[in-house]
Every structure is written in structure tokens, then in C-alpha cells.
Design a protein around this ligand. Structure first.
Ligand code: NAD
Length: 268
């Protein structure tokens, strides 16, 4: 039985994760952490997530539940996640990290823990998206050097704070790597005004923010005469939460290292 604590338990993903743990046979809800000073400290996590009282109350520090959990699932914000990584390294805990929007420096800090923590870090935990990454690799290898323009379009709800989404960037990276390109050199994240015609090798990104869209991604391979679109649409956060719980159960028995969902799902 894997004992899982959730940081950011009052958030959109946090509450969904409580539901996903409830449905998992071999995982148990061991704790929930809310923002320091939150009025939710002391609230029953089950009630918070709408599954009924579970006798586990929200706390505002990891230290308060250090002996209660094996794996921490963190869907919060970059600086919060990095502070939690330091805690987990010090106390021999494992982590599943879904937080997106890290800059290069924050990613380097995260990576520096690969020898001291067993962690799964993925911008998208859904099985469907991770399979889609494999399909993109195949498509890019077949089409990318044959005059097909590649564009990544993503849509999310109005509350999302980072853009383009971590999943869109990951999709772009997979395509770029398959073609020996890099997003640093070939990624185009903004087109406005007299920006001129597109160049052959650029990989363009476009972002939509509207309403309650859970998450939609399309990678377009377009040439004169035809267009191929590979699309993934998430209709519920449960798909991410189930993937995260699966990752938590998997990482519970892994040695120190930085893993992604391709490792968890054995797609590598
Ligand atoms: P949200 O704003 O609803 O939830 C974040 C929660 O973290 C909030 O409740 C906030 O109070 C809490 N928090 C902030 N600082 C904290 C601290 N110091 N200690 C404890 N809790 C703290 O956001 P969300 O929609 O749940 O998304 C969270 C993150 O997860 C984002 O980066 C988002 O892009 C990412 N995300 C990833 C996936 C994936 O599959 N990897 C899927 C969906 C969302």
C-alpha cells in the first residue's frame, strides 16, 4: 500500500487527486498540505474534495506529516515544488511532480535532485497524451523533413497561468528532437505585426485561453495539398489524477532518479 500525501490539496488538481486515490486499490490518502496560513488548515481533506469525511485533516507544512507518507504528489507552482523537493531529499521521500511553467533555472534546480530523490516529473500525466507523444515522434520522423510545416495549438481554461502549456512545449520538444532541431533555435512563440512568412524549419505555437477547457492539444503537419492533425482532448482532470496516482505507486519502488510518464507506462 502506497501512502500518498498531496500538496496543494485544495486546488483543482489537488481535489481531483483525492478522488483518484479513493478509487485506487493499493494507495491510501495519507495527508494534504494547503498554503501556509490558509483558512482550510484543520479541514477534513475528504470533505474538501467532496468524497465525505476521511479523518485526514489539511496541514500547512510537510514537517507536520513527515512520518505519515511515502510519496508526495505536487501540482502547485515552481518555487513551491522546488522547496518540497529539498524537503523530500532530506527526508527520504519520493515525489510525483505535475507542476508546469518552470523556467530554465528552475528546471536545472529540479534536475539537481535526480541523485537524491526518486521523482516522476511530467507536464502531462494522462496515458493518452503520453501515447500521443509516441505518435508524434513517428509522424515527425516521416514528415518533418519532407516539406511539412509543424504547428502546435493548445487550449486551456481561463485560470491557467503559464503559456504555452507544459504539454505543448513537451510535444514541440519531442517533434524537434526527432528532427535534430531545438525549440531554442526553431520554436516560434509569438507572431504579431509584420512578422514575415514562416521559415521551413520553425515550429510554431499558438495558445487559446477560454472558459472551462480542461486541456486540448493539436500538432499540425501541413504541406501543399494535405494536412495531418494529431489531437488529444482531455475532458476531465481525472485523467491527469489517475496517471499521477499510477506514477506514485510506480515510483514508490524505484531508486533515486528523474523519471517521466514514458518510464511509468513503459513506453520508452
Ligand atoms: P490551482 O491553482 O487550482 O491549484 C494549486 C494549489 O496549490 C492551490 O490550491 C494553492 O493554494 C496551492 N498552493 C500554492 N502554494 C502552496 C504552498 N506553499 N503549499 C501548499 N499549497 C500551495 O492549479 P491547478 O489547476 O490545480 O494546477 C496546478 C499546477 O498543475 C499547474 O502548474 C498546472 O499547469 C499543473 N497541471 C499539470 C497537469 C499534469 O498532468 N502534469 C495537469 C493539470 C495541471
Amino acid at each position: 500500500m502506497t501512502r500518498i500525501a498531496i500538496v496543494g490539496v485544495a486546488g483543482r488538481m489537488g481535489r481531483t487527486l483525492v478522488n483518484a486515490i479513493e478509487q485506487a486499490a493499493d494507495a491510501t490518502l495519507a495527508g494534504g498540505i494547503v498554503e501556509p496560513g490558509s483558512s482550510l488548515v484543520g479541514a477534513d481533506i475528504g470533505e474538501l474534495a467532496g468524497v465525505g469525511k476521511r479523518g485526514v485533516v489539511a496541514v500547512d507544512s510537510l514537517a507536520a506529516i513527515v512520518d505519515d507518507f511515502d510519496v508526495l504528489i505536487d501540482f502547485t507552482a515552481p518555487q513551491v515544488t522546488l522547496a518540497n523537493l529539498a524537503f523530500c531529499a532530506e527526508h527520504g521521500k519520493r515525489m510525483v511532480i505535475g507542476t508546469t511553467g518552470m523556467n530554465d533555472e528552475e528546471l536545472a534546480t529540479l534536475d539537481s535532485y535526480r541523485d537524491t530523490v526518486a521523482m516522476v516529473f511530467a507536464p502531462n500525466m494522462s496515458v493518452g497524451v503520453n501515447l500521443t507523444l509516441k505518435l508524434l515522434e513517428t509522424a515527425a520522423k516521416a514528415l518533418g523533413d519532407e516539406g511539412y510545416d509543424i504547428e502546435v495549438i493548445e487550449s486551456h481554461h481561463r485560470h491557467k497561468v503559464d503559456a504555452p502549456s507544459g504539454t505543448a512545449i513537451k510535444m514541440g520538444e519531442v517533434v524537434a528532437e526527432s528532427l535534430g532541431r531545438t525549440l531554442k533555435e526553431h520554436g516560434v512563440f509569438e507572431r504579431v505585426g509584420q512578422c514575415g512568412p514562416r521559415t521551413d524549419k520553425e515550429i510554431g505555437f499558438a495558445t487559446v485561453r477560454a472558459g472551462d477547457i480542461v486541456g486540448e492539444h493539436t500538432v499540425m503537419f501541413a504541406t501543399e495539398g494535405e494536412r495531418i492533425e494529431i489531437t488529444h482532448k482531455a475532458s476531465s482532470r481525472m485523467t491527469f489524477a489517475k496517471g499521477a496516482v499510477r506514477a506514485a505507486r510506480w515510483v514508490a519502488s524505484q531508486p533515486h532518479g528523474r523519471y517521466d510518464m514514458q518510464d511509468v507506462l513503459a513506453l520508452n
